[in-house]
Design a protein around this ligand. Structure first.
Ligand code: 531
Length: 356
């Protein structure tokens, strides 16, 4: 029976355990370039024992950044600093992954600790885009430019170019960000997509942007390396994207060669009523795994070793991703191994062995 410390093999990659660090924005890049912050932040979680470390949402174009501090892979200059980080992550036995993203109508915001609202174009911001000219609302009040067909193709080409750079940068796990109300999710959801062309309207049309992007990226990302997609399994609003649609989307993504669905939720609308609570998204991972027959990752308010272990043992997900809990304790996997009384030789770095 699988458990939290059983290795997980997908394609040619074996994770030493089922604990992954969820992609988390650091807002600490300079023109998209990783800094020493990223080496220390990601490096600490590699020495802390995680099997997988997915680097933060990394923009495929400058305008696709959430904030001016986002990580990027839109230019060749981004690659070398990431190679250094990924070399270190690998040297510690963890697998380095990356989440490629375009923020759509939620781009051009200040860092959370500076307010997090849309930045005016003359205050460090830039015009935002989306499937339709519908603003998110509240402090994200810019009206997005509705992408033309040629502009959609250009964004997809940006995803492909960023994927090639991600490979050169040494990443071994690729995730497309299609959740949390960012561009790809904006196409999926009827809340943000009111197009009347082949990218809007019925389900088949709303999933087209993601399916085409998946296909294009799949063609350049090695078939030997894991390829995953994060989705918001529900918008948590009436007339929004649903879990039933997510299950069907997962089947389509599987057919396109996607290996795992990373199951999150929300982000399209502030009207969402989200029943936040311990492991509140795990049931989505379970349902997609069962009904679409594809591996899943569970994420969202998972904090306890026994809880994470049970998710894997019960077959609710293949992988557990930690976000805030990993910020609180980069050594969470080492601590979990002790708590679960699992003998995991080689998990702690040699210089730490006396403590573990
Ligand atoms: C948190 C968030 C979770 C779920 C729905 C909406 C938002 N995040 C997500 C992030 C950026 C910062 C806050 C990304 O997905 C890039």
């Amino acid at each position: 029976m699988s458990h939290l410390f059983a290795p997980l093999t997908i394609k040619s990659i074996t994770l030493r355990n089922r604990i992954g660090v969820s992609p988390m924005c650091m807002y600490s890049s300079e023109d998209g370039v990783a800094t020493d912050w990223h080496l220390v932040h990601l490096g600490a979680r590699a020495t802390g024992g995680a099997g997988l470390i997915i680097a933060e949402a990394t923009a495929v174009s400058a305008n696709g950044r959430i904030s001016p501090g986002d990580a990027g892979l839109w230019a060749d200059k981004h690659v070398a600093p990431l190679q250094r980080i990924n070399r270190f992550v690998k040297s510690q036995g963890a697998v380095p992954g990356v989440q490629l993203a375009h923020a759509g109508r939620k781009a051009s915001v200040s860092r959370p600790w500076e307010g997090g609202g849309h930045l005016a174009d003359d205050a460090g911001g830039w015009p935002v885009v989306g499937p339709s000219a519908i603003p998110f609302g509240d402090t994200l009040n810019k009206t997005p430019h509705a992408l033309s067909l040629a502009e959609i193709a250009a964004v997809q080409a940006d995803f492909v170019a960023a994927t090639k750079r991600a490979l050169t940068a040494g990443y071994e796990w690729l995730e497309l960000h299609s959740a949390h109300g960012y561009l790809s999710h904006e196409f999926l959801s009827p809340i943000s997509n009111r197009r009347t062309d082949r990218y809007g309207g019925e389900f088949e049309n709303r999933i087209r942007f993601l399916l085409e992007t998946t296909r294009a990226v799949r063609a350049v990302w090695p078939v030997t390396l894991p390829f995953t997609v994060r989705i918001s399994c529900t918008d948590w609003v009436e007339a929004g994207w649903t879990i039933e649609e997510s299950v069907e989307l997962a089947r389509r993504l599987k057919a396109e060669g996607v290996d795992l669905i990373d199951c999150s939720s929300g982000g399209t609308s502030n009207a969402a009523k989200i029943p936040l609570g311990s492991g509140y998204q795990v049931s989505f991972a379970e349902r997609i795994r069962r009904e679409a027959g594809i591996a899943t990752a569970a994420v969202g308010l998972i904090t306890e070793p026994a809880q994470a272990d049970q998710i894997v043992r019960a077959g609710q997900a293949d992988l557990v991703l930690l976000a805030r809990e990993s910020l609180r304790d980069p050594n969470w996997p080492l601590r979990a191994a002790r708590a679960l009384q699992v003998k995991s030789p080689g998990l702690a770095p040699a210089p730490y062995l006396r403590g573990w």
